[in-house]
Design a protein around this ligand. Structure first.
Ligand SMILES: Cc1cc2nc3c(=O)[nH]c(=O)nc-3n(C[C@H](O)[C@H](O)[C@H](O)COP(=O)(O)OP(=O)(O)OC[C@H]3O[C@@H](n4cnc5c(N)ncnc54)[C@H](O)[C@@H]3O)c2cc1C
Ligand SMILES: NC(=O)c1ccc[n+]([C@@H]2O[C@H](COP(=O)([O-])OP(=O)(O)OC[C@H]3O[C@@H](n4cnc5c(N)ncnc54)[C@H](OP(=O)(O)O)[C@@H]3O)[C@@H](O)[C@H]2O)c1
Length: 432
């Protein structure tokens, strides 16, 4: 285990996905404007920048307009817009001719990588943050000691005056699958591409179950169908039918930055009711074009007399067993129909993501955290003698609304956090 001398950073970002990437831009632009010197470092677990790489499926598109990139809604003149990326890549006119607001996820990933490359000097890839400890002077916590584990197993220690945690969701494994979670034939959709590309399902009659009724489950089902012509795929979900996501214009206004102010000002009961009411904009729903594609695929199967893809709605999973011949799943029809038991060569859990706080790596400073609810600037409320600011991105859907886990308000949120952080950076650091 190698220990490096602790270097102090103004801000350490935990994770370098779109949220902290947007923050890197906002900090850089705001610091320049206010002639402040700010030295952030973003520590990222992956060896290089990738945006949900396990789901970068050929043919999958963005679910948000490219104009909601990392900066445009705050400053369309920024050099980090998607439009400038297209211009630099020499594809602006061709993109215009595609006549779409929704680029492929592969292209948006390339845009994000293009931005990340410009902040390479502020990023440490291949390191996982494992613990954040208080550094004290008397009763006061003055900064944070941040421990990370490298891919090679070494440990690095750095000091941070402030922390911004943006680690995304953790793949959710339903309890019924917990006892076989280590079985290599079971995997979450977040690892889909890496796993199927290695699995060698091609050329044999593989049986695959996909669990869930959301966007990931549907994308995976369609991808399996085209990728493995000999596979039989069961899509298993609890609802009556696959449902479309509501992306209609009036509803979409809940993803505007000013809606965050509105929802934050409500009582917690009202916030809950609003989030519940608009859940079908995002969770357990499917883009309507993809639904049409799947429906046509199923119809064409019937025309050709094949049954490679089968839908199993209203299905509760009552038991799971790992057997040598495959994973056995028992299903109960929620409305009293036929119960079934089937064995699969592989099971894909497209069961969404968990966002539980506080994060395990914050455990050593937990006693200083006063409230689980973040303030309007996404800052953890801590005890008065705790000087560092800790901001969380993507962990305040209940208080800041459904845009919190998405790309929708990144440009605005990162600016709010950047201003809050820069207000703490001493005027002594004014650039001469
Ligand atoms: C397949 C998929 C497609 C999506 N498409 C859209 C879309 O089209 N539009 C939209 O608005 N939203 C979409 N989303 C929602 C998604 O949450 C956001 O797009 C976006 O990824 C949120 O960015 P983030 O940086 O907060 O989180 P993430 O993108 O999840 O990034 C978090 C980063 O933190 C790193 N990390 C985690 N733990 C640690 C640690 N302990 N130490 C160091 N690094 C760590 C991870 O490796 C990761 O790179 C999609 C989600 C999925 C799963
Ligand atoms: N192309 C893209 O842009 C793209 C692609 C994929 C994902 N995404 C985004 O990623 C986010 C997550 O989407 P997602 O589809 O991964 O997750 P999700 O929308 O949260 O859906 C999870 C699904 O898993 C089911 N589920 C959860 N627990 C279960 C259990 N115990 N047993 C059976 N089923 C269970 C849920 O069913 P219930 O409803 O019955 O609970 C739901 O249908 C969304 O924001 C989505 O838009 C975007």
């Amino acid at each position: 285990m190698s220990h490096q001398l602790a270097i102090e950073h103004d801000v350490i970002g935990v994770g370098f996905g779109p949220s902290n990437l947007a923050l890197a831009i906002a900090l850089d632009e705001s610091a320049r404007r206010s002639r402040l010197k700010c030295a952030p470092l973003f520590v990222e677990r992956q060896p290089h920048f990738t945006w949900h790489g396990g789901m970068l499926l050929p043919g999958s598109d963005m679910q948000i307009s490219f104009l909601k990139d990392l900066v445009s809604i705050r400053d369309p003149t920024s050099p980090f817009t998607f439009v400038n990326y297209l211009h630099k890549r020499g594809r602006l006119l061709d993109f215009i001719n595609c006549r779409t607001f929704y680029p492929s996820r592969l292209e948006f990933n390339d845009y994000l990588r293009w931005v990340a490359a410009q902040f390479k000097s502020q990023a440490a890839y291949g390191e996982t943050i494992i613990a954040v400890e208080p550094v004290t002077a008397g009763q006061t916590v003055t900064s944070l000691r941040v421990h990370s584990r490298t891919l090679a197993g070494g440990e690095t220690v750095r000091l941070a005056r402030n922390l911004v945690v943006a680690v995304g969701g953790q793949p959710y494994v339903p309890q019924v699958f917990a006892k076989i979670a280590e079985d290599s034939r079971l995997f979450h959709s977040s690892r889909y591409l890496d796993t199927v590309e290695r699995a060698g399902f091609g050329g044999r009659a593989t049986r695959i179950a996909v669990i869930g009724g959301g966007q990931s489950a549907t994308e995976v089902t369609v991808d399996l169908y085209s990728r493995f012509p000999d596979a039989r795929i069961d899509l298993i979900f609890r609802g009556h039918a696959l449902k479309p996501s509501d992306s209609s214009p009036f509803v979409n206004e809940i993803f505007n930055p000013d809606y965050t102010d509105f929802i934050y000002a409500q009582s917690s009961e009202r916030r809950d009711a609003i989030v519940r009411n608009f859940r079908n904009t995002n969770y357990a729903v499917v883009d309507s074009d993809l639904l049409d594609q799947l429906y046509r695929l199923l119809y064409q199967q019937r025309v050709g007399g094949e049954t490679r893809v089968a839908l199993h709605p209203r299905s509760e999973i009552t038991g799971v067993d790992a057997r040598p011949e495959g994973i056995e799943i028992s299903l109960a029809d929620k409305f009293g129909g036929r119960n079934r038991r089937s064995t699969y060569d592989a099971v894909v859990l497209a069961t969404g993501y968990d966002r539980e706080t506080p994060h395990a790596f914050l455990e050593p400073i937990r006693r200083y955290i006063r409230d689980a609810v973040l303030d309007r600037n996404y800052r953890l409320v801590t005890s008065p003698a705790f000087r560092p600011q800790i901001h969380l991105q993507g962990y305040s859907e209940a208080s800041h609304g459904l845009s919190d886990t998405l790309l929708s308000v990144l440009a605005a949120r990162s600016q709010e956090i950047a201003e809050s952080l820069l207000s703490t950076i001493s005027r002594r650091e004014l650039i001469a």
